[in-house]
Design a protein around this ligand. Sequence first.
Ligand code: CTP
Length: 400
Amino acid sequence: MLAGKHILLIIGGGIAAYKSLELIRLLRTAGAQVTPVLTKAGSEFVTPLSISALAGSKVYSDLFDLGDEAEMGHIQLSRVADLVVVAPVTADLMAKMASGLASDLASTLLLATDTPVLMAPAMNVRMWEHAATQRNLATLQGDGIAVVGPNAGDMACGEYGPGRMAEPAEIMAAIDAQLGQGPLTGKRVLITSGPTHEPIDPVRYIANRSSGAQGTAIATALAALGAEVVFVTGPADVPPPSGVHVIRVETAHQMLDAVQAALPCDAAVFAAAVADWRVASASDSKLKKTKDGLPALTFAENPDILHTVAQMTKGRPALVVGFAAETDDVLANATAKRARKGCDWIVANDVSPETGIMGGAENAVTLISDSGSESWPRMGKDAVAAQLAQRIADALGRAP
Ligand code: CTP
């Protein structure tokens, strides 16, 4: 519940602005007071009338409106709330925020405010991935601004990828977390993600096709629910999420060390695709072609990180979640894997090449626990992550 909380909601220009109407409705239902600010571009997508009707408040829209200045100056407006939420934030508004411009009411409020800010980006995928936007994002995060989304998916412009604004329910969860009211506030969750690289020599290594996308999405979703997230990642394709403590490793051994150093925690999710074997004695110098034939690599078994943590007798996390990447007999293999590893839940997925799951944007998982197995429909990795994070919050909420 957000009773007694005051949100200053800045609505930027973008097709996602229509989702802000639903966000206002959710905020009001939760008991929050909403003061809306609509940018000029935002008013091309949603009308002040619908916003004020839903918010039950005047809509502020022009820095130079003398009426507003008489009623509430922009400095005062920037200070009224417990949290400033910018949804959607466009590439343009992010650029203004990152460079400290105060060229309209929204950017002026954001420069003048002394309250925490949460932003929900929404833009075309190329704009989101552009070096300038990523630079601005890093600057804003460095300034302490929290971010929710963007999600990957089909975009209004017909392209596919990250750029869709987070759903109103996800933004609500992020607002709760920002206000210290998330279901995972006060909980510490560890997550492993990405592949590991096992060296053969200084220039070659053994790896796998894991992109780190699912682990990254889970870390994002857990943080959005208020968890303190320790994210131990191998060399992944996707950048690590914002707002989490990132520990980068390369090999399975380094991952185990990082995991052990990060304990204790309330829950641990093992989404990494850890190499089962390493080259027993990696060469210190580059292996050269010789006339004597091909090099023979001898393998040694890597430590099983999930098994190690799940079997801990002292300081074991209350909830240990593993993944099972299978290509055959998914359910039977995953069920056996859960028992073998000793974890509480296992998230099974079929990583056969024809599913396009490994390295792809979607996942189809079955959650196996003490209470049986539950198959979730195929959905975006963000959606799987949100659902799993909510389940983890429910389980930890029940834990003594
Ligand atoms: N895992 C781990 N350490 C390892 C291997 C796997 O922590 N050395 C974890 C993974 O992060 C995942 C789970 O164990 O949560 C299962 O990984 P998976 O690759 O599906 O299984 P394996 O243990 O490698 O078993 P198999 O090769 O028989 O499928």
